[in-house]
Design a protein around this ligand. Sequence first.
Ligand code: KG4
Ligand code: ZN
Length: 390
Amino acid sequence: MADTYILGIESSCDETAAAVVRSGEQVISNVVSSQVKVHQPYGGVVPELASREHLRNIVPVVREALEKAGKTYESVDALAVTRGPGLAGALLVGVSFAKAIGFATGKPLIAVNHLEGHIHAVLLEHKQSGGVGIEFPVLALVVSGGHTHLFLAEQFAGDGGQPGAAVPHWTYRNIGRTRDDAAGEAFDKVAKLLGLGYPGGPMVDRLARHGDPKAVKFPGSQIKGKDRAVREGRAAQTEFDFSFSGIKTAVLRYVETHHMQGSISERQRKLATLENRKFEDVLAACDRETLDLVASFQRRVVLDLLEKTLDAARACEVRTLFITGGVAANSELRETFEREAAQQGLPVYFPSRPLSTDNAAMIAAAAYPKWLAKEFAPADLSAEAALQLR
Ligand code: KG4
Ligand code: ZN
């Protein structure tokens, strides 16, 4: 089969990204422009600022991805864009841009669900490193700043309307989701609370190695009854749901009862004076109590993710685990899942770190089966902030 080059575009949250991927299995270029510096002073993503930055960055980012791949708008086979879920204004920038390019060049446009993108990042990584033969069903834990979901994924071979052709068709069933905060959000909020900067995940990850994860005993998450969305019929109750607001509140309570506010303010003041703050600066500004608290928090979150995922894997008799999304970059999470899944005889796959966090290569890769099936977006495609994956 001839090689297919897809230009992927992603703008669902705070990264403007574009990439060219060959036949869903080889990253040719992958450009990510992060807005971290813009949102840092606010300790979280500000939607209006995100849209403005996407508008500013989308043309140079897409141009760079094409140049690095030695491609032009005319020489790629198709365009792929994140339709949702994400911030409405941010998504709109990518969708409008991709539609305009599609209209001007006549190239087909493929709409991709961001969560499906994260799942296909794992497959892309696997194919790129020469791996073959994933066994289905797959249980995918998508764990990021905006999402914590368990999807049961199956792949069926169809012919995509071309008799004799083998066109993989994916189906997804959402069997678990967070009832409140996403895991990455908990990392970010706890880091903010402790004066460690934004985004919190990568910093907590590195600091946790210097603390004792057994120092503070946090209970595992407890989910009592139905939440509001379920009661009002806006969401289905799922058996393997997560909750991370409890651990966040427990950290806050610990800070209060151990009178840590003074040392947190002191750290914030010290770090604010540094122009190019390095990890070593933050580490030096943390006392033992903070490092132990950070390590204990991370251990609890990782164990909650692990326990729920393994319960679901057993109940659904899956053959393979995929762990993906920004939090999948976490070292303790990777080590723990690798060790525990191996004990259960379950193969577990992660994307490389650059493919774990938001990027457009995963969008171009997820678009490839849709290209084969000729599943193109309608001319009136619009962004959908609350798009579900099915
Ligand atoms: O997938 P992503 O780039 O964006 C969303 O779709 O949300 O994920 C970003 C999230 C942030 O919350 C960030 O703190 C978290 O992923 N993150 C990490 C690590 N790297 C990024 N969390 C824990 N450990 C990490 N190493
Ligand atoms: Zn994401």
